[in-house]
Design a protein. Sequence first.
Length: 95
Amino acid sequence: MVDINIKPGSVVELAWLDSSSSTGWMTIDDAVKEKGSLYTCRSVGYLLHYDNEFVVINQSICLGNRDVQNTIAVPRVSITAMKSIGKGVRSEGIG
């Protein structure tokens, strides 16, 4: 569940499904069994952007020039949950 009321600049935790891949030869049956290898990941950061396609969060923000570092863009279809876990930098004019 994704909370659409979370404001940019908030600190959020995302839960999302990551893809998996395999290399090497295998039977079709073994390849189909691999579909169960999806991993649930969790990421925490400042919410930079949110739309119908992606959620973008980052680790660090320089408030002097508003530069950001260590970003991740997660497709909305991969996100299983997003929740606010802190006020973040909304009071500093981010978002």
